[in-house]
Design a protein around this ligand. Structure first.
Ligand code: TYC
Length: 123
């Protein structure tokens, strides 16, 4: 039995050759632009120092809402205490806003003036 070299039934068909300046349907493309999607802007949640909120409360809040263990939460709290502020986490915009709401609500309920904000990374 003989196979014709140009019509091998086991060989997948060659993809169509696309000519420059023509799209897949053969229409002329006047201007070709490469579309690039940017990664989403990320937001950092920054906690601020004050003179009244107990250190222990801040450590618990950082563990609870930012998923840190006791040691890193303590380090972050001490950085806030010494430097005036520190980043607790970096998230997409809506999640960062939710974290801020959660911290402010917990602080308000406990009667502490603890404040935090979210801001774009590279602010
Ligand atoms: N400065 C506070 C104190 O001495 C402790 C504190 C730490 C408060 C971090 C707020 O975000 C804060 N009790």
């Amino acid at each position: 039995m003989e196979f014709m070299a140009t019509n091998n039934p086991f060989k997948p068909p060659e993809p169509p050759v696309r000519q420059p300046d023509r799209d897949e349907g053969g229409s002329v493309v006047l201007e070709r632009r490469t579309q690039r999607v940017q990664p989403p802007q990320m937001y950092q949640v920054v906690m601020l120092n004050d003179d009244y909120t107990p250190m222990e409360f801040v450590v618990v809040v950082i563990q609870e809402f930012f998923g840190k263990d006791l040691e890193s939460a303590t380090q972050i709290m001490l950085k806030i205490h010494l430097d005036g502020k520190a980043v607790c986490g970096v998230y997409p915009k809506d999640i960062a806003a939710t974290k801020v709401d959660q911290v402010l609500e917990a602080a308000h309920k406990a009667g502490h003036p603890l404040k935090c904000i979210s801001e774009p990374v590279d602010f």
